[in-house]
Ligand binder design. Sequence first.
Ligand code: ATP
Ligand code: MG
Length: 277
Amino acid sequence: MTDSRPYFIVLGNEKGGSGKSTTAMHVAIGLLRLGYRVGSIDLDARQGTFTRYMANRFEYVARHKLELPSPIHFPIERSKAATVDQQERMDYDFFMMATEEMSSLVDFVVVDTPGSDTYLGQIAHSYADTVITPMNDSFIDLDVLARIDTESRAIKGPSIYTKMVLEQRGKKKARDGKDLDWIVMRNRLSSLDAKNKREVGELLEEIGKQFGFRLAPGFGERVIFREMFLKGMTLLDMKEDPEHKMTMSAISARQEIRDLLRCIAPEQVKGYPQKVK
Ligand SMILES: Nc1ncnc2c1ncn2[C@@H]1O[C@H](COP(=O)(O)OP(=O)(O)OP(=O)(O)O)[C@@H](O)[C@H]1O
Ligand SMILES: [Mg+2]
């Protein structure tokens, strides 16, 4: 691949239901709204949440005759070839084909991966410029990043997912001479349990220091995310969505999305002014 290749943002977490597809959609639409050309790849095409989200969008946009931006979208299904070798070769070829296809058309590619360890997911991580790992905000979910002693809360070692990210990060460095930026983002933050929130935050800082990720501001727990999925809309489309009611919760959620976008690739993404502290 040449240096003019698009910037790859990969959503990953081997735990299901942590918000990868929801975040992928919001990041893709957020970048489009800043005027960038965006491609999206669904590597979880069998489940197809990201692809369905996109299809819902096309349908809603057409029905309401809206002028809303959408990315160039590729779903890639895992190979069902007879041997693991053949499967891996096909998966690799499809991923490369999709990225080559998009390379002259887009500035950013947003990749959604399955909530389990797959070869396609591994390849995507090794080509990522930024990996975003959304995680549900609880002590239980920390185990996707590290093994924690339940009594002392000491960090005992990396989780399987963290090992995978570190391995792919090493492959990328060896192949391209470049590092990736790993961002962990807390999702479904509750406004109620402030003590728990602080303790999870402190432990995450520690885990991040050991295994090389930084923390991004997260998203609160909000019903609106589920409603938006059915229409294929995001919180960044609120103004144009004829069925949308502008609530305080929606406005706060939109702010959270913008805060995340500010955090991703600050060198490449220009558009949202930095917050004045
Ligand atoms: N901040 C949030 N508040 C409320 N609901 C949310 C939030 N984030 C995600 N959800 C909901 O949680 C469910 C799982 O989210 P999503 O599909 O994005 O997770 P995922 O990590 O892609 O899951 P999988 O591993 O199965 O692919 C969806 O119904 C989504 O609408
Ligand atoms: Mg998903």
